[in-house]
Design a protein around this ligand. Structure first.
Ligand SMILES: [Zn+2]
Length: 258
């Protein structure tokens, strides 16, 4: 599974390029929405005012509101380019999605595809789309609106769905209970991909290519996965919502309300 000989040397995120080299594999952050305020103690019940004050000193202004109790959230994809494949991981909120109870995600018209183009990638260049889980802020750019119809944004991509997480949400949707969790994203961001024939159901330990593989990380949702990126002895993990915000790196025992 692994390409072996992984070193413990830390990787560095290059803030200037908003990217990271993992051996010969390049990871870029592709932003959909960022600096979205959300009250810290609503996400993390253990976030007391004193802890928030200390954390803000370290993490403002990028990750914390300067003068408030708000965390700033980022909704972004990771673009992973190996020598063989171009892959997008976690597809954010999307444009034109009807999410009236989620103001930040509702009927957006953001520059996600322009941000992708800025690093030299067109939608038809994407070989694989993978979502760590199927919450609506991780599947939005799976599809785009075309003449009133939702179609896959990436026409040549295989969309890999870990079977276990798909079965879970499929059951929830069939029982009519998805409204409060998925906000309609199953219908506008998942079903059109399945209907197009581009969905491929895989195990939660699927190997995409040497050094790129899924690992089960159930908890945030049933069937949740993380994605490993390994190349030339270097290793990164795309953790999805196992970690919601950098403040958790200092408070690793905090659990979230999500
Ligand atoms: Zn989530």
């Amino acid at each position: 599974m692994s390409d072996g000989n992984i070193t413990q040397q830390n990787l560095k995120w290059d803030a200037t390029r908003d990217a990271c080299d993992v051996g010969s594999t390049l990871i870029n952050r592709i932003v959909d929405l960022e600096h979205i305020p959300f009250p810290a103690n609503v996400i993390f019940p253990d976030a007391t005012p004193d802890v928030i004050r200390k954390s803000r000193l370290l993490l403002a202004p990028q990750h914390f509101g300067k003068d408030s109790q708000d965390l700033l959230l980022s909704f972004h994809s990771f673009l992973v380019r190996t020598s063989s494949h171009t892959i997008l991981v976690d597809l954010c909120c999307g444009n034109d999605k009807n999410r009236p109870t989620r103001a930040a995600w509702h009927m957006q018209s953001g520059p996600f595809l322009d941000n992708l183009a800025a690093v030299g990638v067109k939608p038809e260049d994407i070989d694989y789309v993978m979502c760590t889980h199927l919450h609506s802020d991780h599947v939005g750019w799976n599809t785009r609106l075309d003449d009133g119809r939702w179609i896959p944004t990436f026409p040549k991509a295989q969309y890999l769905f870990a079977e276990k997480k798909f079965q879970y949400w499929n059951q929830i949707v069939k029982s009519g209970q998805s409204e409060n969790v998925l906000y309609g994203s199953y219908e506008d961001s998942i079903l059109p991909v399945i209907n197009s024939g581009q969905a491929v159901f895989v195990t939660s330990s699927h190997i995409v290519e040497t050094g790129i593989y899924l690992e089960p990380a159930f908890g945030h949702t049933p069937g949740n996965v993380i994605i490993h990126v390994e190349s030339n002895g270097k290793k990164a993990i795309l953790s999805g919502d196992v970690i919601h915000h950098p403040v958790q790196l200092a408070h690793s025992k905090w659990s979230t309300n999500f």
